[in-house]
Every structure is written in C-alpha cells, then in structure tokens.
Design a protein around this ligand. Sequence first.
Ligand code: BG6
Length: 498
Amino acid sequence: MNGSLDAHLFVILGGTGDLAARKLLPAIYHLSRDGNLSERYAVLAVSRDNDMDDAAFRSWAHDALERSGLHPSELADWCDANLFYHPIGEGRPDDYHALRSRIELLERALGLPGNRAFYLALPPRAFPTSIEGMAEAGLHRSSGWTRLVVEKPFGRDLESAGALNEMLHRHFEESQIYRIDHYLGKETVQNLLVFRFSNVMFESLWSRDRVESVQITVAEDLGVETRAGYYDKAGALRDMVQNHVAQLVCLIGMEVPSAFDADAVRYEKIKLLKAIAPIRPHNVVLGQYERGRIEDFEVAGYLEEPGVPADSRTETFVGLKLEVDTWRWQGVPFYIRTGKRLPHRLTQIAVTFREPPVCLFESVGGCQTHPNVLFVTLQPNEGFALCFDVKVPGEPFALRTLPLDFYYKDAFGDIPDAYETLLLDILLGDQTLFVHGDWTEESWRLFTPILEQELAVHLYSAGTWGPRAVDELLAGRGHSWMGLADIRKHHGLFVPDV
Ligand code: BG6
C-alpha cells in the first residue's frame, strides 16, 4: 500500500456510466492491486438509478471489470470490500444533503478522515446541477481535502468555457479542480517533457534555427460508432483539436518551465497558446468521411451512421496550419491533421529539421539528401525514431535515410493506462497533468473563431488520409506529410505494427 497517500473516499457522480465501467473502475482496481492506493479507501458510486443498492452495484461493477478483461479470483471480494452505491434521486438540493449524510456515515464506518475526490463522470448538461447541488449541501469543503474532477468537454466555445469556469470558481478554488484531458496521462505524452528537457541534444536544436516544420497527426480508424448524439454536435475541432491536439502543440512548443510543478508547467503552456497567431480561414481544412474501405472492410460514410442527421455538416476531420509567433518558432509552421476513419490509428509528431545549406556530394552524384526527421509516436507502438542519411555501402555513391529508434515496448513492456496515472495524481494532489481553467479559455479563444465561420466541409473516403485539400496546406512551402511508416516502407525496413 502507498504510505504517502491519504486515506480517502472516491465519489463517482455518474458511477454506473460508460466511463466508470470502461476506465475508472479498472484503473482504481489496478491501482489498488499494485499497492498504489492508501490502505484505507472506498469508492462511492452515485447515479440516478434509484433501484440500485450496494449489492447490485457491486455485481454491475464486477461484470464491468470482467468485460474490461479482469478475471482474478479475488475480484468479487475486492468489489464487496471497497465499492458502495448511493442513488441521487432527482438530483434536487435535498438529494445532495442526503448524499452528504451517506458520505459522512460511510467515512465514520470506515474510519476515513474526510479526504474526498468527486469525479463528475457526467454529460456536461448535468454539471451545473451537480456542482450547485454539492455546494448547497456543503460538499465543496470537508475536514480533509476536497478535489473535484471534471471530464471534457470544458465548454463548447469561449463563452461557455468562461461560464463553466465561473461556476466552478464560485464554489471551488482552482487548486481543487482537476480538469481531465486523458492525453496528458499517456506516458508518451508526459515523456515529451523529459525528452525535451532532459536531453540537451534535442533542446539545442529545437527552434527556428534548425527546425523546418512540425507535424502532428492524430488519426483514428474508428468512425463515430454509437456516439452520434454527442459527436454530431461537437465535431472534430471540439472533440480533438481544442483539447488533445492543442495540448500536444503546447508540449512541443513551450519554453523550459522554471520547475517541474503544476504552476510552472501550466504557465508555460498558457504562454505558448497566447503566442499562436489568429488562424486564418485558408489555413483550415475541414472534412467528413464518406463510405470507403479500411483494410479489407467496407465501412459506412458518416451520414449513414446511426443517429447522424442526413444533412449533417459536422466535420470528422480537421487539418490546420498554426503560426507560433515566438522568438523560438516564428516562421516554423505547425501542421495538424486529425480525423476519424483514417487508414489506421496513429498519433505521431514529426519534427523535420532543415536541410544542409550546400550539398557536398554533388560531384559524386549523391545529392539526394533528405532532411533529418524526428518521429515521436505516441500510439500505438510508442517510441521515437530519428531518421538520418547514411551512405549505402559500395558503388555507385548513394544515400539512404535510416531510422535510429527506440520502442517503449522493448524497453519497458506494458505501460499503464492514462487513467491510472491521472487518478493517482488526483489522490496525490498533483495538478501538473491537469488542465488549468485559463488554458481552456485561451484554447477556445484560438479555436472559437473557426467555429463561427461557414467553412467548406470537404468529403474524403474512409480509409484515406483526409480530403486532398489538406495537402495544399503544406504545398506553399514545398512540404509534405511525413510518416515514419512511409519512410520504413520506402526502404524495405520493418514497418511497426500500427
Ligand atoms: C476522446 C474523443 O476524447 O478521445 C474520442 O472524444 C476519441 O472521439 C478519443 O476517439 C481518442 O482517444 P485515444 O486515447 O484513443 O487516442
């Protein structure tokens, strides 16, 4: 058991929902099994299912844990010992007072000192009632610590994000609020900081002096699946760019923080966002997938997906060119593409360095030099590859680009799920990997103007890399999209399983 962790109660509002079943309960179970939780802790699930009780919830949780692939013999005992349930009725003020009584009762029975993490695993429309209800019942303070965990989306534009922050701040201090962006819990995303700030070799090249362009690809082969109700009102810009992708831009572009702590890291990220120039319409490409093929399967177009209105113009793809006006990055384009139903799942950053100023090998016919490219693959097959030119042995004189690479799997085996990392940090009170309220507003300030314009939505076939127009974003500078798999394939090298 983790001796440095305070005994605590984990309250999940929306405790019988999909997030609890797929992510939160498995993460809590893993943390407990690996001895990462305090000796004394409990999980109280809260939902509107008024027919459920402790026993029924334990059985539901047991099934959910099994569905997530967990089958240890002690699973049922673990559920019985640690999981509790409280129905919240209609979610009226009285119901929150009843919740408070139940929490206090449970804490007395289990000898917990009043440290509470409340997780809002709820749709955003339910945030106001829950936050107000908690505050009304005095659940925003306790004899120990009280932390509030909020899942994305944090608003749907600048105005609503501001209103959400204002409501949160009416009752909670910023130091109590843990806004989750699950990308920040991914080991490889965290490692971007270590990679940049612990290896002087890269940091000294990390600027307009040496870098030609930065590309970020966040591709999914999945379509909208069963989430049309949410997704059709959101679209890829709100769903992926404003949060996950913008976080990656910050981690790649930010300055060295003065310390590795929440304030210093989050401050640098906000500074970077503020330095991004307003995005001009010709630097934006929106797309929507049509019927196509992914590997050997024919897949439906977005408009044919269940629950999607036949005339929907919601974008499932976004391509962007960002201009970062800092001394470090001025003139270096940050290209972004993210979308659903692309050829395969891949989150990859490609930092392309400048080409040598003159070619030394022209006289021997070896002028086919290529720029060095650093690929950081965040998923799947997490790792790094630095591509550089070598001479092919023998004659004629020829160059070839080869990767020098490292894969997490080879070095460390399996890596923990993002939610485990984030839940542990909440319990430790470390906000470094959580989103600051000011960051959410800065990010919306940047992206809301795009949402307010009537931009064309180009169609692309499922299984392709988005609409053709996205190549034109790069064409002006003679750039093209870089993929590590392409480089490997081109040279007959082993192509990682992506
Ligand atoms: C979520 C989005 O935040 O991230 C989903 O709502 C998306 O639409 C998911 O599929 C991608 O996460 P990951 O971890 O699979 O890259």
